[in-house]
Design a protein around this ligand. Structure first.
Ligand SMILES: [Zn+2]
Length: 436
């Protein structure tokens, strides 16, 4: 074991020198040290020689891929990316890479699943989901895949939903595998069966598992078929995750349905979310999507699902929990957390989107023309004089043409607020917002 002691100096390929301060931990691949470089603190992952020798790929290919990842830079700020390669001397004596130290507000996702850590709100869960999806969208757009997604690689801030994705040395160009095997339960069936190499499509399978776990704190393929075994052998895992995987919430095949007691997280959390979201997950784990990489939900599909959740959300004024409105049940909504009545009375419909009316919600270019969600064109506000009465404030730079029921047409320029009365129509360019 090539342990470095405090004060040991290593050379970075870019010419700088790092000084080892202390060992932070070790695992099957190598050790992580706290180091200092040019007066700043970093983490250094140093590979075990036995790990490098045991790689399925050529060690030089592994090194060159790491070097290329350093040169390319992080696909997005959600990756705790490698900053430089460190060597002792010649490559044959081993190597490692330098990265930023993970801030202490980020907690490993496995702790959330094991209930050792808890999100402070459902809004933070939604933000974490969006951050993860956007990170993988950026990675896949660069032509690379992660290849070994598992909850141990994700670190999340429980309050903000900010995400850091670690262990990025698995990242390689699509269909190029440098020795990473993957984690049981997260590998795509075709990878387990030896029918395909890791790529963006196999990542999409793993991403769907991670998102399911994020929302429901349980595994999408571990229901009755899993619970009947006292322990999982590699043969049982292969059956569960690759040969005959069945979605726990499948409507067609209920053989792997959730089991009371063991699957209590899922049984508690599943009903909190709307049917439209349930359908997305049923599609993501349908027989076709499980076995055919091209049938999987894309990052855009997931983003649309998360945005639809935001659009249907109504915050409970009593306990602040986020609830998801079902527009069929207007006026009767009870908070899923505290059971008290919610002030949900109507919704806006535009361009196929439905937005539950609640203070602070916005209409953006995403709703009008599938554009940028950050470019807000209208904001829902509550009347100060008449609490419970809502309006849509024009925050765009165009004049809105408004038709209230049984009133003549009125014009609303920027900063004016349209009172939201059922049956009202707001014309913005070629698009109409209907109040239902
Ligand atoms: Zn509540």
């Amino acid at each position: 074991m090539e342990d470095f002691t405090k004060g040991k100096q290593l050379r970075l390929v870019n010419g700088s020198t790092v000084t080892v301060k202390q060992k932070l931990g070790e695992g099957g691949q190598g050790s992580v040290y706290a180091v200092e470089c040019d007066g700043k603190k970093y983490a250094l992952k140093w590979y075990l020689r036995s790990y490098l020798r045991g790689l399925k790929s050529n060690q030089a290919d592994f090194y060159n891929n790491l070097k290329k990842n350093v040169e390319d830079g992080a696909p997005s700020s959600s990756f705790l990316w490698m900053k430089a390669i460190a060597v002792t001397g010649k490559h044959s004596k081993g190597f490692g890479y330098l990265m930023d130290i993970r801030p202490s507000n980020y907690c490993e996702f496995t702790k959330f699943i094991k209930a050792k850590e808890k999100f402070s709100s459902t809004a933070a869960v939604l933000k974490a989901a969006l951050n993860i999806v956007e990170a993988f969208q950026a990675l896949h757009r660069s032509g690379k895949s992660y290849q070994d997604l598992s909850p141990g690689n994700f670190f999340i801030d429980k309050d903000t939903g900010d995400v850091l994705i670690c262990d990025n040395d698995n990242v390689a160009p699509n269909n190029t595998n440098l020795g990473v095997g993957g984690t049981p339960g997260y590998m795509a069936p075709e990878v387990i069966m030896g029918k395909g190499k890791p790529n963006a499509d196999t990542d999409l399978f793993s991403l769907a598992v991670i998102l399911f776990e994020l929302f429901f704190l349980s595994h999408p393929l571990e229901g009755a078929n899993c619970c009947k075994h006292p322990c999982l052998t590699p043969a049982i895992e292969k059956e569960l995750y690759a040969v005959n995987p069945v979605f726990v919430c499948s409507k067609e095949d209920t053989s792997n349905a959730p089991v009371r007691g063991t699957c209590s997280n899922l049984m508690r959390l599943w009903p909190m979310y709307p049917e439209s979201m349930h359908e997305k997950f049923r599609k993501a784990f349908s027989h076709e999507a499980l076995h055919n990489g091209t049938a999987r939900l894309s990052e855009k599909d997931w983003k649309d699902m998360i945005y639809a959740l935001w659009d249907s959300s109504v915050e409970c004024p009593h306990c602040k929990e986020l609830n998801f409105a079902d527009t069929e049940n207007e006026g009767n909504m009870k908070c899923v957390s505290c059971g008290r009545s919610l002030p949900f009375s109507h919704a806006l419909q535009v361009n196929g989107f439905t937005i539950a009316v609640a203070p602070g919600k916005t209409i953006s270019e995403y709703h009008l023309s599938y554009g940028d969600r950050k470019k807000t064109i209208g904001q829902i506000v509550e009347s100060k004089k008449n609490p419970g009465v809502y309006g849509l404030k024009n925050t765009s730079d165009v004049v809105w043409q408004v038709e209230y029921p049984e009133k003549p047409e009125t014009y609303y320029p920027t900063d004016k607020t349209v009172t939201l009365i059922k049956g009202t129509r707001i014309q913005i360019g070629t698009k109409t917002i209907k109040i239902i």
